[in-house]
Design a protein around this ligand. Structure first.
Ligand code: NAD
Length: 494
């Protein structure tokens, strides 16, 4: 959408805020009120180039800065993130719509990643073997790549850049972040804090934009590695394009996460946790429960209980502490989600709870969809295999756990699957057989802590090394192996 109103957001390049020369700007909306908060520049290729030049110029000194000194900047950043915690959480809620509690959780995980990256020196440690043959030693060293970039989605504007950036910096790389054009304000605040920690100019850069800016990043010969998080179609595109220009890439895509409920699961716990998983963040989480697979006798009690939990959910403005679910991100998203519900019903699903076109008093212009439950889905329904990315939960009923696992493994995505059970043996079988990257047992959002990789499989992930923890350090470093010959007869006597 073309607009004329302000404030127009700048980029952060070479240690300063620079107005963009973009020909086009996109409106950033508060999804609960439809109020325009700012305008994102669709930064042209030349501005990506300025950022890459600044980051390239900063790289030689930054890589020679000892890792123990580099992480001191992260400790300063952690302190500033803690001091500005509430302000950051409110900004996320304003531009993204999620509840304050959810936004606080997001910033907490961002900080945990900064803390984990603070321990990078031990992860950057090399390896050494003496006398691999007589008088010959081998040394493995880890070195940074150069300029790296993150391309981020709308649903976690405060957390996702932190799956990558702190590790990249700790490992000695210089960096460029491209936030989602829909939610640029949180990274703007983060970069105000980054400005305050005194990093050398050019070490971190922020360039706003959408497809054209992403293409400029992918085509730039000065960028060595790209971390992407977003939908599967874009992940696939970014991965292929990055590879074609010789970049390292890790691309996390979409999801359709099943949760299996066995008859021996605790009803109260499984209902509460799956409702939070399905409807938290208005279902706009790559680890949201989108399908529940009940096994045998779990069907009736669980269906009744999840209906109750969904119907009771308080929907409204995320800044109101009593609210349990906010709006979806945009009017386009609301229309798409409501269209998918319509299609599911037309194809034969039973609408236990239909959340389309809700009336939220005082927020009539907001992009709200209430919790929706579609019962009796089967694999032939389009919605069974399609990522909705909204508060829509599908129910499928099968007779055995083997059928439930077979269904789980039949999908194109592999981001997460969960099992609710009281049986350790069944949990172990599930853990072993489910073909997904993140597994939950009696957990509804299996989001790994910062020191574990954020996994993902099949069409939910393109690449090898994931974000967070040790994987991120490996992604942001290249290894060099040195073989040295020093026969003992060469030892000089002094
Ligand atoms: P998106 O793919 O629309 O956008 C992601 C990024 O790609 C944005 O920065 C956007 O500017 C850019 N982009 C969009 N279209 C592009 C194109 N054609 N060419 C080049 N760049 C393009 O995703 P979104 O709607 O912002 O985020 C929601 C998606 O992200 C969901 O599918 C969700 O499952 C996924 N997601 C995945 C994870 C994970 O860890 N697997 C985490 C969060 C979100």
């Amino acid at each position: 959408m073309k607009v004329t109103t302000s404030p127009k957001l700048p980029n952060y390049i070479n240690g300063e805020w620079r107005a963009s020369d973009a020909a086009e700007f996109l409106q950033v909306h508060n999804p609960a009120t439809a109020e325009v908060l700012a305008e994102t520049p669709l930064s042209p290729k030349g501005e990506v180039d300025q950022a890459v030049q600044a980051a390239s110029a900063a790289f030689p000194d930054w890589r020679r800065t000892p890792a123990t000194d580099r992480v001191q900047y992260l400790f300063k950043l952690k302190n500033l993130l803690e001091q500005h915690f509430e302000e950051l959480a409110r900004t996320i809620t304003l531009e993204c719509g999620k509840t304050l509690a959810e936004s606080r959780g997001e910033i907490r995980r961002a900080i945990e990643n900064v803390e984990t990256a603070g321990g990078a020196p031990i992860l950057l440690q090399g390896d050494f073997s003496e006398d691999i043959a007589s008088g010959i030693d081998e040394i493995l060293i880890r070195q940074p790549l150069g300029v790296c970039a993150a391309i981020c989605p709308f649903n976690f504007p405060g957390m996702i850049p932190f799956w990558f950036m702190p590790y990249a910096l700790a490992a000695g790389n210089t960096y460029l972040v491209k936030p989602s054009e829909k939610v640029p304000l949180t990274m703007r605040k983060v970069f105000e804090l980054l400005h305050g920690i005194g990093l050398p100019k050019g070490v971190v850069n922020l360039v706003n934009g959408a497809k054209e800016t992403v293409d400029a990043i992918l085509e730039h010969p000065g960028i060595r590695a790209v971390s992407f998080v977003g939908s599967t179609s874009t992940a696939r595109y970014v991965y292929a394009k990055a590879a074609s220009t010789g970049k390292r890439a890790q691309c996390q895509g979409g999801a359709k996460n099943p949760i299996i409920i066995l008859p021996d699961a605790d009803l109260e716990t499984s209902t509460r946790i799956t409702a939070d998983s399905a409807f938290g963040c208005a279902g706009q989480r790559c680890l949201a429960a989108s399908l529940i697979v009940t096994v045998g006798a779990a069907r009736k009690p669980f269906t009744e209980a999840i209906f109750q939990a969904a119907a009771e959910r308080t929907v409204g403005y995320g800044l109101d502490e009593k609210v349990q679910m906010g709006p979806v991100i945009s009017v386009q998203s609301k229309t798409r989600i409501e269209g998918l519900i319509e299609k599911g019903i037309r194809e034969g699903a039973t609408p236990l709870l239909d959340g389309r076109q809700p009336r939220i008093p005082g927020f009539e212009h907001g992009y709200f969809v209430r919790p929706t439950i579609l019962d009796n889905l089967n694999p032939q329904h389009e919605i069974t295999g399609t990522e909705v990315f909204g508060p829509v939960l599908g129910l499928i009923h099968v007779k055995t756990m083997d059928e439930a696992i077979a269904f789980t493994n039949s999908g194109r995505y592999g981001n997460m699957a969960c099992l609710f059970t009281g049986s350790g043996a069944n949990a172990r079988k599930f853990r072993h057989e489910a073909e997904v990257g993140n597994i939950g047992v009696n957990v509804g959002v299996a989001a790994p802590m910062a020191f574990f990789p954020f996994s993902g499989a099949k069409e939910s992930f393109f690449g090898d090394l994931h974000g967070q923890g040790r994987h991120a350090i490996e992604f942001f470093t290249q290894t060099k192996v040195v073989v040295e010959r020093w026969p003992k007869e060469w030892t000089r006597k002094f």
